[in-house]
Structures are given as structure tokens and as C-alpha cells.
Design a protein around this ligand. Structure first.
Ligand code: SF4
Length: 217
């Protein structure tokens, strides 16, 4: 089984609690106005990789020292069968290695749609952050881009870790983005506040660095 993957990174510390694996799936049909990840929109077959290879990468890279896995995109639920295989592989690894990491997934679909169409996928997760990004609305709560987005614990592990975060606001002075430079590309990981990406471009320009292309415009 292949999955379309945009990027994988470890450790991610700004999309869920603790040190996490971040997996951004490729392909999104929702296309929210103001999305900062427009590079993930095309369901590009060149981004296909075997789910097993991705699970092996997760094991190798984290060395079994992780607090969670965050799956984002792109729209993860646009690939229901590969997503099921990925979650099954992560759950099997967690059980076999005696680990307790949680599985958090973002989606641009409303919770009701996910419950109607993808109940079996939700049952594999510990928490989900549903609903599309709404650029015209204020910033959302912790780990969320706009205030229409909720954080929904789905398991006892998810309730234990996420229930206290459901109504938690993002502290304005907290670390919200991390930077990674790979293959000549600058990756901004996390939830930007309004104006953060334009401010980043301005700062780069002031230092003589012109971004040739950006996923947020
Ligand atoms: S914010 Fe998420 S759901 Fe919305 S267009 Fe971007 S990748 Fe798709």
C-alpha cells in the first residue's frame, strides 16, 4: 500500500504535546483560502511511498523515544485506505515496542462528516483537530489555526493528554513555529499567527534572502 507524503520530520514540538513525529500527507481537495501549505494540495503521484517504508522511517528516526505522532497535510482523510494502513502500522509498532505515544490527526472536514464517513479511522486515533482553516476568523486555541477549529479527544489516552487543552488559548509569547532547512528548502513547522509569514519574508529580505517560491501565497 502506497501513501502520498509531502514531508516527515522529527522532532516536532509545536503540533501537539511533547516531542513528536510530524507526517504531512500530500493532496488536499478542500483548499481553504489562506492555507499556508498550498504545496500539499496536488495529489502528486511522484510523492507516493510504501506505508511500510514510512513506518520503518518513524521507528528508525525516533529510536522509540517519542511522545506522539501528528498527521497533517494536505488532507489526511482524502487518503482513507493509506491512512488506515499507516495508523494500523503505528498502532502495531506502539503495542509491540510497549510504547505509549498518542496519534493526533488534523482534518479540514467537519467532525460530523468524519464521524459519518470515517468512523473506523477516528477509532484508531487518540485525538483529532477537525474543520477547515478560516482566514477571516481570529486565531484558534492551542495548536489550531482559526477559532472554528476544535480539539476532540477520541480515546482514553487522548482524554488524558488533550482534555485540558481543549479550551486552552495559544499563549502569544509561546514557541509556535520551528524551522528546518532540508534540500535547499526552508520549512516552517507549526501554526503561524496572522502576519507571521509576511513578517518572515520581510526579515529574510532585509538580510538579502529573497524567497523564490512560498507555499503560503
Ligand atoms: S488548511 Fe488544511 S484542509 Fe485547508 S486547504 Fe490547507 S491543507 Fe487543505
Amino acid at each position: 500500500m502506497n501513501i502520498l507524503l509531502n514531508k516527515a520530520h522529527f522532532p516536532v514540538t509545536v503540533l501537539g504535546p511533547g516531542r513528536r513525529i510530524g507526517l504531512w500527507l500530500q493532496g488536499c481537495t478542500i483548499r481553504c483560502k489562506g492555507c499556508v501549505s498550498q504545496d500539499t494540495w496536488p495529489a502528486d503521484p511522484a510523492r507516493a511511498m510504501p506505508v511500510k517504508a514510512l513506518i520503518d522511517w518513524c521507528k528508525r528516526t525516533s529510536n522509540n523515544e517519542l511522545d506522539g505522532v501528528t498527521i497533517s497535510g494536505g488532507e489526511p482523510f482524502d487518503q482513507p485506505r493509506p491512512l488506515a494502513a499507516l495508523l494500523d502500522g503505528l498502532i502495531a509498532w506502539r503495542a509491540a515496542a510497549g510504547l505509549d505515544f498518542d496519534l493526533l490527526c488534523y482534518s479540514g472536514y467537519p467532525l460530523k462528516t468524519l464521524e459519518q464517513r470515517h468512523a473506523k479511522l477516528l477509532a484508531r486515533l487518540d485525538a483529532v483537530i477537525p474543520d477547515p482553516y478560516a482566514a477571516g476568523r481570529p486565531l484558534g486555541g492551542l495548536w489550531r489555526g482559526s477559532d472554528n477549529q476544535t480539539l476532540v479527544p477520541l480515546s482514553s489516552r487522548g482524554t488524558e493528554r488533550y482534555a485540558s487543552c481543549v479550551d486552552q488559548a495559544q499563549a502569544t509569547d509561546a514557541k509556535r513555529m520551528q524551522v528546518s532547512i532540508e534540500d535547499g528548502k526552508l520549512w516552517m513547522i507549526g501554526i503561524p499567527h496572522r502576519g507571521d509569514m509576511a513578517a518572515l519574508e520581510d526579515l529574510c529580505r532585509q538580510r538579502g534572502l529573497e524567497l523564490k517560491a512560498a507555499s503560503w501565497r
